[in-house]
Design a binder for this molecule. Structure first.
Ligand code: SER
Length: 328
């Protein structure tokens, strides 16, 4: 596989929760002009627009990817565009179109342009109710019950297929719920773990859409970004896996999260009114065995529940005081 220096990077889904922060980090690392941010229709932030190139593309329309890859001479891609689990249940065809047809288009364009490397995120949504839920193994039963999960299993297999069949260097992680202070997530089952912080700051109360005893694996954004870049920098010769790494960080129940927030905001209260997302959460792991990621490319998370909660509240409180905390 080609090992030349990465120079021109395309980020799809750059207006999304992970894509927006990933783009800024990549711009810092590789130079603003070398990282093209793209989105489908959501308006990008001023920060994203003013710090480097931005284009609208729709990954389900291959020619739109083709155009920017040619125009900007792209050799590395982070395909962060996706429809998440909750919206995927409301719009299963859209979920398939973006997550599968879109991914296929990205991989095909990458292959045709002999790209150096492609990042394709996967998710804990690849697992299902038959999977062992505690310390979920790397190799285990993948029988998800959501359209999102179906697309993520197929995406892992498709990525691995391109590695074997076409020698394209495709890599990916099974992200847990990602908690971050900059851009809100959109349409996922783990969104409560972010919303709760915004509501704790602005209203001192939150109605959570899963039960208090719901435990899911979660991760703070700095660890998510570090893991993503570290995997992309890893020596390909050390990788036995490619598109399906389990990565664990912290696991807690919704109630434990509320209690942690109360240590900083004692008047905060949380009530629980589960909706259709409870069944999705109940089909996902509580914790993950990530020894393969630790061994093959040195994965090591930094943040636990206490540090993450303190940092989230500090950041959001500051923005609230400045009047720039936007709540959905
Ligand atoms: N955060 C995602 C979701 O809830 C999981 O990958 O859909």
């Amino acid at each position: 596989m080609p090992q030349t220096r990465m120079k021109k990077i395309l980020v799809t889904g750059a207006v999304g929760q992970i894509g927006s922060e990933l783009t800024m980090l990549l711009r810092k690392k590789y130079g603003n002009e070398n990282v093209l941010a793209t989105g489908r229709k959501t308006k990008p932030s001023e920060e994203l627009l003013n710090s480097g190139p931005f284009e609208y593309i729709d990954i389900s329309k291959r020619e739109t990817i083709e155009k920017v890859v040619t125009d900007y001479d792209i050799d590395t891609m982070y395909n962060m565009a996706a429809i998440l689990s909750a919206v995927g249940e409301e719009k299963p065809l859209l979920c398939w179109d973006v997550n599968i047809n879109g991914l296929y288009n990205c991989l095909e364009v990458a292959r045709e342009h002999s790209m150096v490397r492609v990042f394709v995120p996967s998710s804990i949504a690849v697992f299902g109710p038959e999977t062992p839920r505690d310390n979920t193994p790397q190799e285990t039963i993948l029988r998800p019950k959501t359209m999102y999960g179906v697309t993520k299993v197929a995406g892992e297999l498709l990525g691995d297929y391109y590695v074997k069949r076409f020698n394209l260097d495709v890599r990916g992680l099974r992200y847990p719920g990602i908690i971050s202070s900059e851009t809100l997530p959109g349409g996922g089952t783990t969104d409560y773990a972010v919303e709760i912080f915004y509501k704790a700051i602005t209203e001192k109360k939150y109605t959570c859409f899963v039960r208090g005893d719901t435990v899911l694996p979660m991760m703070y954004m700095p660890d998510c970004l570090k893991g993503t870049l570290d995997l992309m920098d890893a020596d390909v010769l050390n990788l036995k896996h490619h598109c399906d790494f389990n990565i664990g960080s912290m696991s807690f129940s919704a109630e434990e999260l509320a209690t942690e927030i109360q240590k900083h905001i004692p008047e905060f209260t949380c009530e629980y009114r589960p909706d259709f997302r409870q069944a999705i959460a109940d089909s996902w792991p509580r914790s993950l065995d990530d020894r393969a990621a630790r061994k093959e490319w040195g994965w090591k998370p930094r943040y636990g529940l206490a540090e993450m909660t303190k940092d989230m509240l500090q950041k959001l409180q500051k923005r609230h005081e400045e009047g720039s905390l936007l709540v959905s």
